[in-house]
Design a protein around this ligand. Structure first.
Ligand SMILES: [Zn+2]
Length: 93
């Protein structure tokens, strides 16, 4: 099968764990959980590998993602209010 050269130009899209909509990566906040390090990073650099969740940059999705601990279930990490505050801070930037 021929390699499609257009692939590189495609906008990377991710699913929001708040509203569930698929949006361009740049419109979202990325949160990654590395199980081995037991560490969660908000907007991690490319060297940080782990399970990732995405939230749209708006308060509605933030609220929705944390309702009933949905966000933690997706990321498979334990509940952490500090992490929640960190994401809120990024959201308010
Ligand atoms: Zn959303």
């Amino acid at each position: 099968m021929a390699v499609r050269k257009l692939n590189k130009l495609r906008v990377v899209k991710r699913k929001c764990c708040g509203c569930g909509k698929v949006k361009p990566r740049d419109d979202m906040i990325k949160i990654t959980y590395n199980k081995q390090l037991d560490s969660v990073q908000v907007e991690p650099d490319s060297f940080f590998i782990g399970r990732s969740a995405y939230i749209c940059r708006n308060n509605g999705c933030f609220f929705e993602a944390f309702k009933k601990g949905k966000f933690y279930k997706i990321l498979k990490c334990r509940q952490d209010d500090k992490l929640k505050e960190k994401i809120r801070a990024v959201l308010e930037k």
